[in-house]
Design a protein around this ligand. Sequence first.
Ligand code: AMP
Length: 121
Amino acid sequence: MSYDDNNIFAKILRGEIPCKKIYEDDFVLSFHDINPQKKIHALVIPKGRFIDLDDFSANASSEEMVGLLKGINTVAKKLNISADTGKGYRALANISEHGGQEVPHLHFHLFGGEIVGKMVE
Ligand code: AMP
């Protein structure tokens, strides 16, 4: 499967579709999920054209990998849910069909703002 440049997150990255932006730097864009499942439901996506976490792990540069992890931490801090606040959150990436991935551009969900419950329901 090759990367689909018409996926919705690619359009958000190109500025063709609006988003409720939380944070942006050279490596990531973060915005609020349009259909939040918890009080806080943020998405963090790499700027590169990666379908899912496996694609990213196999093909991203070291700089892009560090950039994504740092970006997640920065977003958690901005949202005041990082571990050092005593609150915390869940970071989750759905991968391909069995993982329930709907948008084929790698994204991490950050769920927080409340106790997020069981890992798999
Ligand atoms: P996944 O099932 O892991 O691929 O998650 C895709 C997520 O993208 C879902 O939680 C959707 O609610 C979210 N989503 C889809 N379209 C948009 C959009 N335009 N802006 C923000 N979030 C979106």
